[in-house]
Write a protein that binds this ligand. Structure first.
Ligand code: C2E
Ligand code: MG
Ligand code: MG
Ligand code: MG
Length: 290
């Protein structure tokens, strides 16, 4: 329409901008189709206690099984989900899938918690906890404590009052909360004091280089120190090697998740992984160090 009226009317008309909006619209539409056509999958990455080797849970990580492009990671498509309603649709899809999976594992005698990543926009809708409560009622055979939510520090920062209210309501339902990518926000320390979260996840960017970069080591040390002072459980993300694991344990961080332990995998692969994990002798030897 703007095009037809011509450049004289709209001096600020920018064809590149127009094209960009169109592309975004198409991407968004394609994602809605993916939701409806059942092309999304949850992968699961184990989280363990390095002291005992015990598996404490799995994190649900979304994938898009794209018919032409293959398996896509969230970094390749999450940015197209830029409307509140789509974020809610996706978030509720993930929560429902997680509860279905918990149901299935429960029937197989497998008892592990699932952590679900909740987008900031989704967490901040006013009836978030009410809708979660209704969903949990539909899955009354699943104890709410089997579900955990991971929220980015920035989510809480955006509207601390709303975030605190929703987090408290969810916790009263029995659902656990973790702060994800801790250390990447701007006011981590203040939030740690205010937020009643059960778990702090140290961002993997700090863990990755902690053995070679003294600055990253300093950040990891400080986060572990603070988490201990505030009496909060903490988990290190991105634990890729035994050396990382040993260093973290020495600093007092015992919960871990990372490619060195297990990569994210389809739900069907979890039972076999649970059986072979105790046989990973390198990792099991860590339990003797603690
Ligand atoms: P996150 O929640 O911090 O998830 C951890 C990411 O680190 C995952 O990437 C995981 O595959 C990756 N990772 C774990 N261990 C290692 C390691 O040892 N080395 C390396 N290099 N990477 C490791 P993924 O699956 O690509 O997810 C990226 C982000 O996308 C997640 O970061 C989360 O913020 C977001 N995300 C994933 N699933 C969902 C979802 O269902 N909903 C929403 N809203 N966001 C999601
Ligand atoms: Mg996460
Ligand atoms: Mg993270
Ligand atoms: Mg992350």
């Amino acid at each position: 329409r703007a095009k037809q009226r011509g450049r004289d009317t709209y001096h600020f008309f920018d064809p590149d901008q127009d094209r960009l909006l169109q592309v975004r619209h198409e991407q968004r539409q394609r994602f809605i189709d993916a939701l409806n056509r059942d092309e999304l999958r949850l992968y699961f990455q184990p989280q363990v206690d390095m002291r005992s080797g015990q598996v404490i849970g799995v994190e649900a990580l979304i994938r898009w099984q794209h018919p032409e492009q293959g398996l896509l990671a969230p970094g390749q498509f999450l940015s197209t989900i830029d409307t509140t309603s789509l974020e809610i649709d996706l978030g509720e899809w993930v929560l429902t899938q997680a509860l279905n999976q918990l149901t299935q594992w429960q029937a197989q005698g497998i008892s592990i918690t699932i952590s679900v990543n909740i987008s900031p926009t989704h967490l901040l809708i006013s009836d978030f906890s009410q809708r979660l409560g209704e969903l949990l009622k539909r899955y009354s055979h699943v104890p709410p404590k089997m579900l955990k939510l991971e929220v980015l520090e920035s989510a809480a920062m955006h509207d601390i009052t709303a975030a605190l209210k929703n987090i408290a309501c969810c916790q009263s339902l029995g659902v656990g909360f973790a702060i994800d990518d801790f250390g990447t926000g701007f006011s981590s320390l203040t939030h740690l004091r205010q937020l009643p979260v059960d778990l702090i996840k140290i961002d993997r960017s700090f863990v990755r280089d902690m053995l070679t970069d003294p600055n990253d080591m300093a950040i990891v040390e400080s986060v572990i120190y603070m988490a201990n002072r505030f009496d909060r459980a903490m988990l290190a993300e991105g634990v890729e090697t035994l050396d990382h694991a040993k260093a973290l344990m020495k600093l007092g961080c015992f919960l871990a998740q990372g490619f060195g332990i297990a990569r994210p995998m389809p739900a069907e692969a979890i039972p076999a992984w649970l059986i072979q994990w105790p046989n990973q002798t390198d990792w099991q030897a860590l339990t003797r160090l603690s």
